[in-house]
Ligand binder design. Sequence first.
Ligand code: AMP
Ligand code: ZN
Length: 114
Amino acid sequence: MSDCLFCKIRDGLIPARVVYRDDTCLAFEDINPQAPTHLLFIPLKHIATVNDITSEDREAVGHLFTAAAKVAQQRGHADSGYRVVMNTQRDAGQTVFHIHLHMLAGRPLLWPPG
Ligand code: AMP
Ligand code: ZN
């Protein structure tokens, strides 16, 4: 049995506020939001880090972006703007080792992020 937090959310074993779901990805609200909108888009397939993405995963990983863009459009962020980012390993602050595309929106976002 997987010990991965996001696999458990995917499987309904841990509750989450799901905002989008389809055949290859799931999106839910971040439990500690850093912006008025802070969503996490995950592939249904467990992939630990960006380093572990293979050519077989291209469609599923690319789909995270189209799903995020769709939700951004639905929520009115497409024109005002939003950020999508995937933290990888320690120096980037990755804490959950199932890749997830953060989508942040609803306020001006600083750059560089720190
Ligand atoms: P990262 O630091 O890029 O690995 O991001 C992990 C994110 O997962 C953080 O923004 C956390 O707030 C978020 N997170 C941790 N546990 C949960 C949970 N149970 N439900 C939703 N988001 C979570
Ligand atoms: Zn997982």
